[in-house]
Design a protein around this ligand. Sequence first.
Ligand code: NDP
Length: 248
Amino acid sequence: MTLTGKIAIVTGGSRGIGKAVCLRLARMGAAVVVNYVSRPDAAQETVAAIKEAGGAAAAYQFDVANAEQVQAAVKKIQADFGRIDILVNNAGITRDGLVAMMKEEAWDEVIDTNLKGAFNCIKAVSRPMMKQRWGRIVSIASVIGFAGNAGQANYAAAKAGMVGLTRSVARELASRGVTVNGVAPGYIETDMTRELSEEVTDKIKAEIPMNSLGSVDDVAAAVAYLVSEEARYVTGQFIHVNGGMFMG
Ligand code: NDP
């Protein structure tokens, strides 16, 4: 599978799953836009790792929740690279709490970043992708969006929303050579899950048939397939990468 000559944007590409996706797509030959919001150091590290391995990458700061920033960034990326072929909606946050206690801001922040952020980015790239009659959009959802989870109603709602968003846009763009899919990871070892206590991590492992957390590379491999030429007839689908935790 090769991506030579393709330009890819990975939101939240500075750390965790996004970083692994950036490295993987660069290894396949794509020039990668590494998006970040607050950690330029981490984004530059990702860019440096790609360049050291002989790939092409640049870091772009923008908040996916801010439609104006997204539009301006996509315009600049088009001017800098000449085209946009791949979008990976990976940027995401958690603000956990039980619904009865959840502050409105915790709801809004998660919906704005995880769901509206994906909408903002899809909207910005869909026109150039339609024009060039080739594009790949992959959104990183979550097992939580399919199964639900106590204490994560905001996160689950945002991730379930991504499923409806993906399937609708897949129908809108299918005739233009643009596929729109998602990956739904289970529990993956990143900064996000390192925040969990050992006790909670052990409980989670007990629910996973493979009895272990996944790696960022497990997720990146699924993304690599969905953005490839080989996946041209796959659209509106989600690949579950979860060690058997949920079989959707
Ligand atoms: P991390 O917390 O390790 O990294 C989050 C990334 O998102 C960072 O690059 C961060 O940028 C970026 N980001 C956060 N908010 C914004 C924003 N408003 N605009 C642009 N970028 C932003 O997350 P993970 O790697 O763990 O998760 C990545 C995705 O995978 C998320 O969507 C998450 O919901 C999903 N997921 C993760 C699972 C897991 O077990 N880890 C399981 C299932 C799904 P910066 O470095 O600048 O802060």
